[in-house]
Design a protein around this ligand. Structure first.
Ligand SMILES: [Fe+2]
Length: 255
């Protein structure tokens, strides 16, 4: 089981989506736990809407990281965890709100077009959902006392194959991470070719390639390091990040 699979579910959905009468189930898609019933298509049945049960995501535990990372303080991690918890809460709220609107038939106007509130909630989903998921990849590819990437490890082998050397791969990732702006650098793997790409993702949701696997996530929002460094000291944060990468966890995400 990959590390991202550890996100636990508060299965408030253990029962059913009452209006549809279908069993709520938890499935695994692309390494993430998803409650398929939460995404069920509207049935047109409005009975039992008051009994609608919608599963929620729970924040992952981060206490094991506090106080032991090199160059990333416990206070910095604590503040980051609070911000991450906000993404989890808002993702759950968005899913619940939009699911209820559909179940109650309030997502469409008289012309069967999406009402503005529903449309804007749907637009917001990519921001909040990616804000939650990317933070989980990031936190789960951190580890106390990790050290250098082990020579011959799965990730080192793929990096050498794709970039000629681990140094080339990491150098390209760091160069991408020094680009102006806020967002993420995500080392991704194309599931079709197995190739690695260091992708720049603006904000949380812009720049992803559909279906690419997240191998290593690097948070480049200033909130990720201003507890320890000045906003102009991203380089110091990047050096600290390198010292705390859980190379084994990242390697396990490879195909
Ligand atoms: Fe962050």
């Amino acid at each position: 089981m990959s590390s991202i699979d550890r996100r636990s579910f508060l299965v408030a959905s253990a029962g059913t989506i009452a209006s549809a009468g279908a069993a709520a189930s938890v499935s695994t898609v692309a390494g993430m736990s998803l409650a398929s019933a939460a995404c069920a298509a509207p049935t047109g049945q409005r009975e039992g809407v008051s009994n609608l049960q919608i599963p929620s995501y729970k924040p992952i535990a981060l206490d094991h990281l506090k106080g032991g990372l090199e160059g990333i303080s416990a206070n910095q991690l604590e503040q980051h965890a609070k911000l991450y918890n906000g993404y989890v809460a808002r993702t759950n709220a968005l899913i619940e709100k939009t699911t209820r609107m559909v179940a109650e038939g309030k997502h469409l106007n008289d012309q069967k077009a999406p009402v503005p509130e529903y449309a804007e909630l749907k637009r917001r989903m990519g921001w909040e959902f990616n804000g939650m998921v990317l933070h989980e990849y990031y936190f789960q590819n951190l580890k106390k006392g990790s050290g250098d990437i082990p020579a011959g490890s799965p990730l080192a082998k793929v990096a050498e194959r794709e970039f000629g050397s681990v140094q080339n791969w990491w150098g390209e990732l760091m160069a991408t991470a020094k680009m102006p702006g806020v967002g993420w650098v995500i080392c991704c793997q194309d599931p079709n070719s197995g190739r690695l790409f260091n992708q720049w993702v603006s904000m949380h949701e812009e720049g992803h390639v559909g279906g690419f696997r997240v191998i290593l996530a690097l948070d480049l929002w200033e909130h990720a390091f201003i507890g320890d460094y000045q906003p102009t000291e991203r380089g110091k944060y990047l050096a600290a990040f390198e010292k705390n990468v859980d190379w084994e966890a990242a390697g396990k995400r490879l195909l």
